[in-house]
Design a protein around this ligand. Structure first.
Ligand code: ATP
Length: 195
């Protein structure tokens, strides 16, 4: 089996996340995609509580499955006490799926930060890292390839949307419908999030 792992704080999930997941399923030929909701250690009061992030990530999974019915929600990072590290999740998945191919799917900004992650040099032992370009994250062309600690596959990608941008627009009561799956925009509205 070919298994993808896509982690994020999903605060909220947006069309960038949706497009990455759909594209990853297609180009990597995934049989499963785990959408893992992470803790946000830098949480501010304007961010959504964990239970809302989890439910919104569930709506993202439903949207992905309309196109590629392989996605499942993984809440284990949120459920375990204490900090959660990507390397621990990959170690656990490697034990669960000893004979399968694992792909860690990240955006360019995450990949750039990866050398600072806990035990990041171990990550390539557990999976293939797949990096989606992110032109709105301040990286200069090709800059993403500048660290050689963690080899990766690169996917050209250009959907300039971020959760921070969505939250900012919502706080200003500006339209966001073009940036989010409809069900997630409806959920945010119904629950009065990010106001
Ligand atoms: P924030 O603005 O709060 O930092 P975000 O938009 O980066 O949020 P996350 O949930 O932190 O959303 O992202 C999960 C993963 O998706 C990360 O690896 C991130 O780099 C990647 N990602 C999110 N949006 C994009 C995008 N538009 N293009 C490429 N990668 C993206």
């Amino acid at each position: 089996m070919r298994i993808g792992v896509f982690g994020g704080s999903f605060d909220p999930p947006h069309n960038g996340h949706l497009a990455i997941c759909i594209l990853a399923c297609e180009i990597l030929g995934l049989d499963r995609l785990l959408v893992s909701v992470s803790r946000n250690p830098f949480k501010s009061p304007s961010d959504a509580p964990d239970d809302h992030r989890l439910l919104m990530a569930g709506l993202l999974v439903t949207e992905i499955n309309r196109s590629s019915p392989v996605a499942t929600l993984d809440a284990r990072e949120l459920e375990q006490p204490g900090p959660s590290y990507t390397v621990d999740m990959l170690r656990r998945l490697r034990l669960e799926y000893p004979a399968d191919e694992l792909f860690l799917i990240v955006g360019e900004d995450s990949y750039r930060d990866m050398p600072d992650w806990m035990e990041s040099s171990m990550i390539p032992q557990f999976c293939t890292v797949v990096v989606f370009a992110r032109r709105d994250c301040g990286a200069t062309g090709g800059g993403v390839r500048s660290h050689e600690l963690i080899p990766a596959r690169f996917v050209d990608f250009d959907i300039p949307v971020s959760a921070t941008g969505v939250r900012d627009l919502l706080a200003k009561k500006e339209p966001v419908a073009h940036l989010l799956p409809r069900a997630i925009a409806g959920y945010i509205e119904a629950n009065g999030l990010y106001r």
